[in-house]
Design a protein around this ligand. Structure first.
Ligand SMILES: Nc1ncnc2c1ncn2[C@@H]1O[C@H](COP(=O)(O)OP(=O)(O)O)[C@@H](O)[C@H]1O
Ligand SMILES: [Mg+2]
Length: 273
């Protein structure tokens, strides 16, 4: 397909610094939320060494990104269908060498995305924990970054540390904050206020508040059932919050939305980590 014919694809990275704060669940449920809003969604499980999305959604994966690096498979062979018609590019479990991609592997991903011409409105990238070069690479490749944090001091410290690295090393200035696993909106806005005060004071950047997802025992039940919360408990508090966030993102007409899938590639090329 001609580059000029490609339509706008929004590429959004979901990152946190700390593990276990809810990135994967938020990514999976936002993906289904967008799909309910008639968007075509591709989820890239970029926690490459640890399989995640496929497990929480109970998807059978035949091939993974390792087959792509070996040249045995193309991107389209790897992509599987998930609930509500979302598409998933799975990671692979237990492959240590994928936790730090080398230049060749990054180029391989770029090449593959270049020739991938399926119809996609949203590309969501679920990143791994930590502040590795992989995380920075995918955050910088995306047009938008959602920083997930909880109210735990360690989650907030790690979220700040990630923002700081992306700003000081890669000059990234735009971050949307999503506060997860809190009691209520008041607690969420307090977490946001503390994080944004630090970012403003020490880095001189202002963070956007995207919204919050409350603690919800039904989310944990959905994880155990290997089903997306939005699918099996659509009326739960957390599902309603996630749907609200999906609606908010899709209604945004931000100037940050620029380019096409090609921009993802451009970003990837720029992200020299
Ligand atoms: N809003 C929430 N309410 C209740 N439990 C949650 C919530 N968000 C996350 N969890 C719990 O945290 C666990 C880790 O979430 P996960 O999405 O795998 O985090 P990450 O991808 O950031 O490592 C989930 O399996 C679930 O038990
Ligand atoms: Mg995860």
């Amino acid at each position: 397909m001609n580059i000029a014919d490609r339509k706008t694809v929004r590429t959004i990275a979901i990152a946190s610094g700390k593990g276990g704060v809810g990135k994967t669940n938020i990514t999976a449920n936002l993906a289904i939320g967008f799909s309910r809003l008639d968007k075509k969604v591709l989820v890239f499980d970029a926690d490459l060494g640890l399989s995640n999305i496929d497990v929480i959604l109970n998807l059978a994966t035949r091939y993974n990104i390792k087959h792509l690096f070996k040249g045995e498979k193309k991107l389209k062979d790897l992509i599987i269908e998930g609930p509500s018609g979302i598409k998933v590019l799975p990671a692979s479990s237990g492959i240590q060498e994928l936790t730090e991609l080398d230049e060749f592997q990054r180029l391989r991903i770029i090449e593959e995305f270049e020739s991938y011409d399926d119809d996609v409105d949203y590309l969501l990238i679920d990143t791994s924990s930590g502040i590795s070069t992989n995380v920075a690479f995918f955050c910088m490749a995306a047009q938008e970054i959602i920083i997930v944090t909880s109210a735990e001091p360690t989650a907030m410290t790690d979220a700040y540390a990630l923002i700081k690295v992306l700003f000081t090393k890669y000059q990234e200035k735009y971050f949307k904050v999503l506060v997860n696993n809190v009691k209520d909106e008041k607690e969420a806005t307090e977490v946001y206020r503390r994080l944004s005060t630090a970012a403003e004071k020490f880095l001189s950047i202002s963070l956007d508040y995207l919204g919050y997802v409350p603690y919800d025992a039904l989310l944990q039940r959905a994880v155990r059932q290997q089903k997306a919360l939005i699918e099996i408990y659509p009326d739960s508090e957390a599902a309603r919050s996630l749907m609200k966030i999906a609606e908010k993102i899709s209604s945004e007409n931000s100037n940050q939305i620029k380019g096409t899938l090609q921009f993802f590639l451009g970003g990837l090329l720029k992200a020299k980590c």
